[in-house]
Design a binder for this molecule. Structure first.
Ligand SMILES: Cc1cc2nc3c(=O)[nH]c(=O)nc-3n(C[C@H](O)[C@H](O)[C@H](O)COP(=O)(O)OP(=O)(O)OC[C@H]3O[C@@H](n4cnc5c(N)ncnc54)[C@H](O)[C@@H]3O)c2cc1C
Length: 391
């Protein structure tokens, strides 16, 4: 996005990427429909940046959700608002958008250099910056008047963003918060039987509560624990609690449309010779993974007490013991701190070097907030470089 802003203003731009093709993570986001942004009012939209709202707000004010939709339209890709208010390109794919964008950048004179991995070296020489890349032909050094780093976070390293830059920028005196998993799954100590039998099973129409978080949705049981949209939505506060206290206990309402009283009344019907599993299915419609989950976390003796059983169906505690590794997460928290940057996203300690995207120290839930802030910060950095070059 910075390259786009700069090339539109007649600046000669070179884009370097370590991978053999561009936009791998963007294309991966396209596999789940490419949720570009969200249609809710700006106030609500901005609130999703949580602790970093103050820093992100001016960035998304200069290039926000409507601008992003307009930008896609300009590339010949119309967008639509899904039932949840999320915005997707028609076709729900990233490749047509990326293809059209790269063509437009190419026509604007932007040069792309693939298999060029920045190795952490940038030196200020006279009035320009000298930047080193590892390439298939050995080390290559280029000169630039300004540099925009947009190196991504640390998740899904095989797509190119490996977080190696954290160490390099730290060494250069830039304050970087350690990268942590965001929008991530968590480990749960399942019994061996549960792990074997229910790996990959979805838990649908459940309400997950954690602190002030309460939301209905679905997630998936994995052999290690839990993952999926509902868990991701609560993941930042769960992760922080595990970091502070060693574990976090979420509670699950597995029958959100039924009251406790209704459950007690139905469960109190005579069971006869039926097994408990069949009684739960016949009386309250609970079966499969939901019933086994009760067995995982409910004392055995409470199955005979319908009040207690109903309470566990409405509020089953599930202890989460650790976030899944950063590489598996959808995105990263942590990164270059905003105090290290000026309002143009230039590193205060390293004049002429700007940062954008997920490598900045912010996080947001899924819903289009990630891509929007990445595009917007690229736009801000591009404008910042323009100002810098005019000095
Ligand atoms: C499975 C998945 C689905 C997602 N779905 C969505 C979604 O629907 N909506 C949404 O808003 N967000 C989504 N995201 C998140 C979103 O894709 C990222 O937040 C976004 O792509 C980050 O953009 P970025 O430009 O900052 O970094 P990246 O897209 O990671 O790009 C960084 C680039 O820098 C290159 N690079 C890194 N280090 C070096 C180096 N040393 N030298 C040279 N090049 C280097 C990498 O090769 C890479 O091309 C998803 C993420 C994943 C993993």
């Amino acid at each position: 996005m910075a390259a786009e802003v700069l090339s539109q203003h007649g600046v000669k731009v070179d884009v370097y990427d370590s991978m053999s093709s561009l936009g791998r993570k963007f294309l991966m986001a396209g596999k789940s429909g490419l949720n570009l942004t969200h249609s809710e009012p700006f106030e609500q939209f901005a609130a999703h940046y949580g602790k970093r709202r103050k820093q992100i707000e001016p960035i998304i004010k200069s290039f926000g959700p409507d601008d992003l939709r307009e930008w896609a339209r300009g590339l010949g890709v119309e967008t639509f608002v899904g039932t949840s208010g999320r915005v997707f390109p028609i076709g729900m794919k990233a490749s047509p958008l990326l293809r059209a964008w790269l063509k437009r950048l190419d026509e604007a004179g932007v040069n792309f250099h693939l298999r060029h991995k920045w190795n952490g070296t940038i030196a200020a020489e006279d009035s320009s910056l000298s930047v080193e890349f590892e390439t298939p032909d050995g080390i290559k050094t280029i000169k630039a008047d300004a540099v925009v780093l947009a190196l991504g976070g640390g998740s899904w390293a095989r797509l190119g963003s490996d977080g190696a830059w954290v160490h390099w920028l730290n060494q250069a005196g830039v304050k970087v918060e350690a990268l942590k998993p965001s929008n991530c799954g968590f480990d749960v100590t399942w019994s061996p039987h549960f792990r074997e039998r229910f790996d990959g099973q979805p838990l649908k129409s459940v309400v997950l509560s954690f602190g002030s978080f309460r939301q209905q949705g679905e997630f998936i049981v994995t052999k290690n624990g839990v993952q999926g949209s509902l868990v991701y939505a609560a993941s930042a506060s769960i992760r922080d609690e595990i970091e502070a206290k060693g574990k976090a206990v979420i509670t699950l309402d597995m029958s959100p449309d039924r009251s406790h009283e209704w459950l007690v009344e139905k469960l109190s019907k005579p069971r006869g010779s039926r097994s408990m599993a069949s009684h739960l299915e016949k009386t309250v419609g609970l079966k499969g993974v939901k019933v086994r989950l009760l067995h995982e976390f409910m004392p055995k003796e409470d199955f005979a007490n319908m009040e207690r059983l109903a309470s566990f169906i409405k509020q089953l505690p599930i202890p989460l013991i650790a976030p899944r590794p950063l590489d598996e997460a959808i995105s990263s928290a942590g990164g270059v701190t905003f105090e290290s940057l000026d309002e143009n996203l230039m590193i205060r300690e390293l004049p002429g070097i700007f940062c954008a995207g997920e490598m900045l120290d912010w996080e947001a839930p899924t819903g289009g907030y990630l891509l929007t802030a990445c595009f917007a910060s690229g736009y801000t950095a591009g404008l910042g470089v323009l100002k810098w070059l005019k000095k």
